[in-house]
Write a protein that binds this ligand. Structure first.
Ligand SMILES: CC(C)(COP(=O)(O)OP(=O)(O)OC[C@H]1O[C@@H](n2cnc3c(N)ncnc32)[C@H](O)[C@@H]1OP(=O)(O)O)[C@@H](O)C(=O)NCCC(=O)NCCS
Length: 321
């Protein structure tokens, strides 16, 4: 890393920390910049000093990994650190430098490559630059903070039983989970792969054996109609760093059979879960939902969640301009 950039990292990170706290108290302090697939990209934001940095991280997700179902096989992620109150110019400069960098990376031109930037949802001054470079707001990481004071007891859905799932429920859980992957794939996030059903099954089998009592099924007349899966704080470390609040849990799956929606099953399952998380002192619960899924945004908002980060993506990565 050139010395002028190295010396700037600490100052920029401090400024970014102040900026993020002012924008959104749930944001963390910025992490150290990861190693990238090239030298850090630098921006002056229209001035004469380095005011922003970005690192391009390249991940190749193998077909035998379930992770390949959650997005493209070749992932190019820009990690930006931009100082200043208004980052419109700096964002534009950084994205231009990133586009030029990717133009020299062969793997970014493949049909299964994606370029993404995970951006604080409330950092609105960079949004026009993100749109202008061909990025789309595909996925939201939403957060719910533990509310102050006692909460009303959760209402139950009429004629529906909610219970913990165990290893014997593998088929029922798999059926609902695969419906969710297909449903969400319509919105451009997950990608249905040949290996998806087998990999999802293996993951469910492992979770039902290992992680007792964090998967729930809703049943009507013995038929599974709803699924809720949570990763407790002990398994949410991979995402917990996206918020400054701890402990954090991750709500992995929420799905209700299409014939049963709108009858209170989803809210009954989520409110039961929240009662347990609140009693356990979980400070914040995170989840992903598609920005353009017309069912998820309104539902999660009613359940007390709001956007924390937005993943802006160009798929294929060559659509970045
Ligand atoms: C999102 C989903 C889980 C909601 O489950 P549901 O059982 O239909 O929701 P409920 O009937 O419990 O509704 C809960 C509340 O949200 C409201 N709500 C639910 N969906 C809504 C929507 N699309 N628009 C506006 N309000 C909605 C209900 O009116 C209800 O409000 P209330 O608490 O004041 O009564 C369900 O639609 C679903 O499985 N969708 C497909 C998969 C999906 O999108 N999962 C989320 C991916 S992250």
């Amino acid at each position: 890393m050139p010395w002028v950039v190295r010396d700037s990292v600490r100052d920029i990170n401090r400024a970014v920390a102040r900026r993020w706290q002012a924008i959104d108290p749930l944001l963390p302090d910025p992490s150290a910049l990861p190693a990238g697939c090239g030298e850090p990209l630098v921006t002056n934001g229209g001035g004469s000093r380095v005011s922003g940095l970005g690192v391009c991280v390249h991940q190749q997700i193998p077909p035998e990994s379930l992770n390949q179902t959650w997005g493209p096989a070749d992932r190019f992620t820009l990690v930006p650190r931009l100082a200043g109150q208004d980052v419109a110019v700096a964002t534009d400069e950084l994205l231009t430098a990133w586009r030029d960098h990717l133009a020299g990376v062969g793997a970014s031109r493949g049909p299964d490559a994606g370029a993404s930037v995970v951006w604080p949802s409330r950092d609105v001054t960079g949004v026009r630059a993100l749109l202008g470079h061909g990025l789309q707001p595909l996925t939201v990481i939403a957060a719910r903070s533990r509310p102050e004071g006692p909460q009303p007891s959760p209402r139950q859905a009429f004629g529906v039983t909610i219970r913990s799932a165990g290893p014997e429920d593998e088929e029922a859980v798999l059926g609902l989970e695969l419906q969710l992957v297909k449903f969400d794939a319509q919105f451009g996030g997950p990608v249905w792969r040949t290996a998806t059903p087998a990999l999802v099954r293996a993951d469910i089998r492992d979770c039902l054996r290992r992680r007792a009592n964090w998967t729930w099924l809703a049943e009507r007349h013995g038929r599974a109609v709803g699924l809720l899966v949570l990763q407790p704080p002990s398994e949410s470390g991979w995402i917990a760093g996206l918020t400054g609040c701890a402990p954090a849990a991750y709500l992995q799956t929420m799905f209700v059979d299409s014939r049963e929606r709108g009858t209170g099953i989803g809210s009954a399952m989520v409110r039961n879960l929240h009662a347990r998380l609140d009693a356990d002192g979980i400070a914040v619960t995170l989840l992903h939902h598609s920005q353009v899924n017309p069912l998820s945004g309104p539902f999660w908002n009613r359940m007390g969640y709001r956007p924390l980060w937005t993943s802006w993506e160009a798929r294929p990565a060559s659509a970045l301009r």
